[in-house]
Design a binder for this molecule. Structure first.
Ligand SMILES: NC(=O)c1ccc[n+]([C@@H]2O[C@H](COP(=O)([O-])OP(=O)(O)OC[C@H]3O[C@@H](n4cnc5c(N)ncnc54)[C@H](OP(=O)(O)O)[C@@H]3O)[C@@H](O)[C@H]2O)c1
Length: 229
């Protein structure tokens, strides 16, 4: 069974990914930001016994991430960089909380790259190594409208990082994709979202399981459908 690493698994999509993978018997390592987020994940990983490992780091803190990666001793086959935030109230072009949006870029745009860099040595030892970065259709440059500019620019920047990372890692045989999980009923997606967290997570797992180097540098949703960058 593959060894998966899920970053950002205290709640929402990340927690559900960990839960479903544990039920399938995959070896799962997953991270939370602080001790507060540990309990739900611990319960999700319970079926795995000592084959489930919990790490603690904030994706803004490279030293914390590297220290956590050093605690992992087995190669990783699939990494899902899922942790993300929605950002401050004021994030339109005409009224922006600049400090809040800078923090959001730190989390959503640079955070996933920090995680990938720290765990890359373990991925390089993995079988058919794959990276899925949780972006959003809201990061698509093709999408019109002026809402949620901060969140959208953070994910648009993330998409550019994914494209470059995919090109940089292709010669090493590591596949990298950007994913949209759907509009999902989580704390972030809200109660009106049309997709349940179980459906989204099951779809994401399927896409990542099927991922090969032939698919690298793609932007797809949880059903595997292509999204315009
Ligand atoms: N839900 C949707 O409709 C939707 C749509 C498109 C894309 N997405 C993307 O999908 C991913 C998961 O979304 P979700 O709906 O599951 O969100 P969520 O319910 O708000 O959960 C976000 C997760 O990210 C973690 N996180 C946030 N900031 C972090 C940081 N600085 N360091 C470490 N962990 C951090 C949170 O940890 P704490 O519990 O400690 O805060 C939590 O585990 C995000 O990248 C999001 O942008 C979601």
């Amino acid at each position: 069974m593959s060894h998966w690493f899920i970053a950002g698994a205290s709640r929402g999509i990340g927690l559900e990914l960990a839960r479903q993978l544990a039920l399938r018997g995959a070896r799962v390592t997953a991270s939370v930001r602080s001790e507060n987020g540990r309990a739900a994940l611990q319960e999700a990983l319970a079926p795995l016994g000592d084959r489930g490992q919990i790490l603690i780091f904030d994706t803004r803190d490279a030293a914390q991430i590297h220290a956590a990666a050093a605690e992992v001793s087995e190669p990783i086959d699939a990494l899902v960089a899922n942790a993300g935030a929605y950002g401050p109230q004021r994030q339109s072009t005409l009224d922006m909380d600049f400090d809040g949006v800078l923090d959001l870029v730190n989390i959503n745009t640079l955070g996933p790259l920090r995680v990938v860099q720290a765990f890359l040595p373990l991925l390089r030892q993995g079988e058919r190594p794959r990276i899925a970065v949780m972006s959003s259709v809201l990061g698509s440059m093709a999408l019109e409208g002026t809402f949620n500019v901060g969140y959208r620019l953070s994910k648009a920047g993330l998409n550019k990082i994914v494209q470059c990372l995919a090109d940089d890692l292709k010669p090493e045989g590591v596949a990298v994709i950007s994913m949209h999980p759907g509009w999902v009923r989580t704390d972030m997606g809200g109660p009106d979202a049309p997709v349940g967290v179980e459906e989204s997570a099951a779809g994401i797992i399927g896409v990542v399981e099927r991922l090969t180097l032939a698919d690298t540098r793609r932007f797809v949703d949880y059903k595997g459908a292509e999204i315009d960058w």
